[in-house]
Every structure is written in structure tokens, then in C-alpha cells.
Ligand binder design. Structure first.
Ligand SMILES: [Zn+2]
Length: 73
């Protein structure tokens, strides 16, 4: 008799407990820098019943760098 694979999160969670995490960002085109210095990634919601993508996050390693010029408004 084979063991069933355990779920990745065996501990019982309260139903309201979820975790938000982000995927590894992908390089993306930044129109301000005119280069592939931007990044985009998925915002993932980890809940009892699985993982769902709830949004995306974007940024630019040049535009978002506080050491490079004035911060964005
Ligand atoms: Zn940029």
C-alpha cells in the first residue's frame, strides 16, 4: 500500500489565513529608460485550497532606485 503524497502545507489553517507572495519577476520594457530594466511579476495568493494569481506588480530597477534622482511622485 503506497503512501499518499502529503499536501505541501500539512498544518491545519484557519479558513481566513492566507499568504500573499510574489513570483520571480520577469524582465520587461521600460518606456522611460528605453531599455529592459523594468520587471513584472505575479502576486500570488496562497490559501488552503490552492494558489491563485490576484494581480501583478511592476517596477523598474532604474526608475525605482531612490539613489537615482528624485523619488517618484
Ligand atoms: Zn525605468
Amino acid at each position: 500500500m503506497k503512501h499518499r503524497p502529503r499536501p505541501p502545507l500539512p498544518a491545519p489553517f484557519p479558513s481566513a489565513t492566507v499568504y500573499v507572495t510574489t513570483s520571480r519577476p520577469r524582465a520587461d520594457w521600460c518606456p522611460a529608460c528605453k531599455a529592459y530594466t523594468a520587471f513584472v511579476g505575479d502576486v500570488l495568493l496562497l490559501a488552503e485550497d490552492g494558489v491563485s494569481v490576484v494581480g501583478t506588480y511592476t517596477g523598474c530597477e532604474i526608475c525605482d532606485d531612490p539613489d537615482e534622482g528624485a523619488p517618484r511622485a
